[in-house]
Write a protein that binds this ligand. Structure first.
Ligand code: GDP
Length: 392
């Protein structure tokens, strides 16, 4: 699937930058165009792969290239005011060669949190191709204002995109790591998961055509209907040279135990599917009740088989209760077999309910503190008996 990716704010820009690197490394061909939008000049300068002409600085008149702090209302305002600047960059990309837009942003900050939904709304008004969002939730240790920003951005972003795929930093935080080092690893996890998912169906020249190919329309159909999505992933290293896997090496001829090899391949696939669905999701949630799902099995073609994918798909149908579970393979010459599962239209997400609760508390606290500080200031400035007069 060919995407036009737009990274909004620091997190968004960095993640799209990593997608370009992933594309380069794996030749997956999913990033047809990459744009970064920010109100902070320094963040744009820190990017490595996004071409200079595709880095758009907005809000210069208001914030002079210094960013909006964590003020996402200001983020939304500057995005609206300067939407033409962003559109100019989009005008330069061949949108007729693109299957969908992907707007990427951290939802806890200011620029991306406020600006990404504004851009999504704008794109949907102008283009007929789908506009997807990839929104990152802040860690719970980032504090009240980030949680409040994320909760408000989430509500708006979901409404403005054709589907919001969510990644929760909180579930991926690792203790004992610097924030920056931690993000690097987290961003790698993000591009790996979404890279395999969107890479399916982008079979390049000379690559093998899959037995049951996943193509762009299946990804689009899984995401259509809107709502919130999460992605599960599991992988296992395999030996590229043995053809049928370990067993063929033991049997010596590689062909005598086809049945056993096939069983091995099938079992590997079904166990990867279970691990992917029941393990750590990009947004933790209950998978029962998922509306639509897509299973992508990636790996060397000799390690993929229709039976495994069929079994995995059936199992997913039972676990989610969904009648719309698609599946297929994505042959890649990498020494691993990976299962990526897109669960679209998830509704039982306790993490979001908790986020909203904390956000409401933070909002109440902020209002109280503001009122209190106004009263305190008045008490300080006014003399007790009101005997003094201000100058004017
Ligand atoms: P903005 O530039 O004002 O949009 O704000 P940032 O993108 O800097 O930060 C918004 C939120 O994104 C933060 O609260 C973090 O939770 C998250 N974040 C920042 N940088 C990264 C990153 O590189 N990767 C990931 N996964 N999350 C990030």
């Amino acid at each position: 699937m060919k995407l036009a990716m737009i990274g909004f704010g620091q997190a968004g820009g960095k993640i799209v930058d990593r997608f370009l690197d992933y594309d380069d490394r794996t030749g997956s061909g999913i990033v047809r165009a990459a744009i970064a939008v920010n109100s902070a000049k320094a963040d744009l300068m820190g990017l490595e792969n996004i071409p200079q002409e595709n880095r758009v600085l907005i809000g210069q008149a208001r914030v002079k290239g210094h960013g909006v702090g964590a003020d996402n209302e200001l983020g939304a305002e500057v995005a609206e005011e300067d939407i033409d600047e962003v559109q100019n960059a989009i005008d330069a990309i061949p949108t007729h060669e693109v299957d969908a837009f992907l707007v990427v942003a951290g939802m806890g900050g200011g620029t991306g949190s406020g600006g990404a939904p504004v851009l999504a709304k704008h794109l949907k008004r102008i283009y007929t191709i789908p506009v997807y969002g990839l929104g990152v939730l802040p860690g719970t240790d980032e504090g009240g204002i980030y949680t409040l920003n994320a909760a408000r951005s989430f509500q708006t972003f979901v409404r403005e995109v054709d589907n919001l795929m969510v990644f929760d930093n909180d579930s991926w935080r690792q203790t004992g790591e610097s924030v920056e080092g931690g993000y690097e690893q987290i961003n790698e996890e993000i591009v790996r998961r979404f890279g395999i998912l969107f890479g399916a169906g982008e079979v390049g020249d000379g690559q093998e055509v899959a037995e049951s190919v996943v193509d762009s329309s299946e990804i689009i159909n899984t995401l259509s209907g809107g709502g919130v999505s999460t992605v599960g992933f599991a992988s296992e290293e395999v030996d590229m040279n043995t053809g049928g896997g370990l067993l063929s090496r033991f049997t010596g001829d590689g062909g005598g135990d086809d049945n056993l090899d096939a069983a091995n391949t099938t079992n590997r696939i079904t166990s990867l599917v279970r691990k992917a669905a029941l393990g750590r999701l990009t947004l933790p949630c209950e998978i029962e009740g998922t509306e639509r799902a897509l299973l992508v099995l990636a790996g060397p073609s000799e390690y993929l088989n229709r039976k495994g994918i069929e079994r995995g798909r059936k199992w997913l149908e039972e676990e989610t209760g969904s009648m719309e579970v698609r599946g297929g393979d994505y042959p890649r010459e990498e020494p691993e077999v990976a299962a990526a599962i897109l669960l679209s239209g998830v509704t039982n997400v306790p993490r979001i309910k908790r986020l909203q609760q904390v956000a409401i508390e933070a909002q109440d606290n902020i209002d109280d503190i503001q009122q209190e500080s106004e009263e305190n200031l008045e008490e300080l400035v006014e003399d007790d008996e009101d005997e003094l007069e201000p100058l004017f």
